[in-house]
Design a protein around this ligand. Structure first.
Ligand SMILES: [Zn+2]
Length: 273
């Protein structure tokens, strides 16, 4: 099996996790910028974080032959301090030109607040001006449907080409909205919330799967770095062909991410299994 892990917060994972992913057939790992578990209080903290995402993690991943790519932004949770947000936004362009940077993400909404929306729009502006891909986080539980609608409105209002934005953490009640708008959708596999492998494969069976990907979104919380290959096993157990599984866990993320010229997979992974 080969797969791409399109959403993992490896700064909070161990070297053993990288090894386990490589052993399970991971062909590339992509890391969106994220909340650190506490609020950073200066733009310098973000500068160091962006260096970690674009220098340190790629070096850790390379020990296992894994290409590593990053998305840059400040997290919606950190959008309430608009002064700090502007300082961080000003840092992003200098890092965006690095060849292992995929675009702007994971931006989005958390509590759907006014300031979050403002910072979301600023991020989208940066991406549109520079024609970069966008990765969007959608809120949790009861805020998800409203937040997804607000996000889709912002993307449309700013003229984002639908195929250049992936809206992540879709669930049964939001997946259709995202796909009907022409965007890509990400299904996140979590042990307790978001989707289980069984629910994820139900969605894949119900909706057009060509613009869906699976991810673990593993971070410092309760999460599973091997969630994508586990879901692939669930798909095989239900009788889906090896080719259908490969298209979902490898082909789809490669298709979306190959819009970035510097994206590549581990040596040999592009040869059909
Ligand atoms: Zn994430």
């Amino acid at each position: 099996m080969r797969y791409v892990e399109p959403h993992a917060h490896m700064v909070s994972r161990t070297t053993d996790d990288y090894r386990a992913m490589a052993l399970s057939g991971c062909a590339a790992v992509c890391e969106p910028a994220f909340w650190a578990g506490f609020d950073r209080c200066s733009a310098d903290g973000f500068r160091d974080y962006f260096r970690q995402l674009t220098e340190t993690e790629p070096a850790r991943a390379a020990r296992f032959g894994l290409p590593h790519f990053a998305w840059l932004c400040l997290n919606p949770k950190e959008s309430e301090d608009l002064g700090l947000a502007e300082d961080v936004l000003a840092l992003i362009p200098e890092f965006l030109s690095r060849p292992n940077v995929l675009g702007i993400g994971e931006i989005g909404l958390n509590k759907n607040s006014r300031n979050e929306l403002r910072v979301l729009e600023r991020h989208v502006q940066i991406a549109v001006e520079r024609d970069r891909l966008i990765l969007v986080h959608t809120p949790h539980l009861e805020d998800k449907l409203k937040g997804t609608r607000l996000i889709l409105d912002v993307l449309r209002a700013h003229g984002v080409k639908p195929g250049r934005a992936l809206v992540d953490h879709v669930e049964e009640h939001t997946v259709r909205l995202v796909l009907d708008a022409g965007h890509w959708g990400g299904i996140t596999l979590y042990p307790e919330s978001k989707a289980t492998p069984a629910r994820a494969i139900d969605m894949v069976e119900r909706y057009a799967a060509e613009r869906l990907w699976l991810n673990s979104a593993c971070d410092w919380g309760h999460s599973e770095p091997l969630a994508v290959p586990r879901a692939a096993l669930e798909m095989r157990r239900r009788g889906h062909s090896a080719a259908a599984v490969d298209a979902l866990v490898y082909g789809n993320p490669v298709r979306f991410l190959s819009q970035v010229p510097g994206f590549r997979v581990a040596e040999g992974a592009d040869l059909a299994p």
